[in-house]
Design a binder for this molecule. Structure first.
Ligand SMILES: CC(C)(COP(=O)(O)OP(=O)(O)OC[C@H]1O[C@@H](n2cnc3c(N)ncnc32)[C@H](O)[C@@H]1OP(=O)(O)O)[C@@H](O)C(=O)NCCC(=O)NCCS
Length: 227
């Protein structure tokens, strides 16, 4: 099973999101001195690793927003932890211990973005049964064990990217088995079916297009909703 690997995270983000989306990434570092006072207050009591990821994401986000002509501003999450972007901006944030990345775009044809990063390090035994539907487990069973070790974090990541993309539109929390993925490994794409139907706006979230890539041991997943 060959999945095209990108040379770097910026290359992967550009390929996955296309030219209308601005991406910035960096290795997490403690950058408290580069944060706005309200951001520092928000994250003050977190452990160093979390403060580094949160802070580096803000630095990346301001760099990306500057490329859209937006002056530096505080980016404090809302109460539900979702990012709050300046008016007219859509975006998404992801981090691992090794990388932070942010994507932003001006609202227009692109209505929402979702980004996730995951290491493909071996996952906890039993994770597949928690995050996968029975159909996804049947699909996984077609692959050998080493391949499954990579596909389980890919499914996890794709569902998180989808979740981050749909949330600003629906304000709805979703369980992992409430959505089902149709992965196309050759094309590096995925479609998402929403299995729970109680929120009408979700019909829109059905059209979210997913893509994924790898840089070394890092899995990158992208979800984009176009009008
Ligand atoms: C919100 C969630 C997806 C974040 O994922 P994570 O692996 O914990 O962390 P990541 O590094 O990938 O992403 C963190 C970023 O997610 C963003 N985020 C958090 N809540 C969000 C939400 N409701 N909507 C959109 N983005 C959100 C934030 O920008 C955060 O970055 P910040 O803390 O620097 O502001 C995850 O914690 C969660 O709640 N998952 C449960 C729901 C789910 O994924 N269901 C899948 C089935 S659809």
């Amino acid at each position: 099973l060959i999945v095209a690997a990108a040379a770097s995270l910026p290359d992967a983000l550009a390929a996955l999101f296309g030219p209308d989306v601005i991406a910035e990434s960096a290795v997490p570092a403690l950058v408290d001195e580069q944060l706005f006072a309200e951001e520092r207050a928000y994250i003050a009591r977190a452990v160093d690793t979390r403060r580094a990821q949160f802070g580096t994401a803000r630095v990346c986000a301001r760099r990306a927003l500057a490329r859209l002509g937006i002056a530096p501003c505080a980016l404090v999450p809302s109460q539900d932890r979702a990012p709050q972007w300046p008016a007219g901006i859509r975006g998404s944030i992801a981090h691992t211990a090794q990388q932070c990345a942010v994507v932003v775009t001006r609202a227009g044809p692109i209505m929402a973005l979702g980004l996730d990063l995951e290491s493909d390090a071996p996952v906890k035994a039993g994770l597949a049964s928690v995050i996968c539907t029975s159909q996804e487990r049947a699909w996984l069973a077609r692959f050998d064990a080493p391949t499954q070790d990579w596909l389980v974090p890919l499914i996890f990541s794709a569902k998180e990217a989808f979740y981050k993309c749909q949330y600003p539109l629906t304000s709805t929390r979703l369980g992992f088995t409430e959505v089902e993925l149709d992965m196309n490994l050759e094309a590096g794409t995925f479609c998402v079916a929403d299995l729970s139907d109680h929120v009408p706006e979700r019909t829109r979230a059905r059209q979210i297009a997913g893509r994924f890539g790898r840089i070394g041991r890092l899995i990158v997943t992208a979800a984009v909703l176009e009008s």
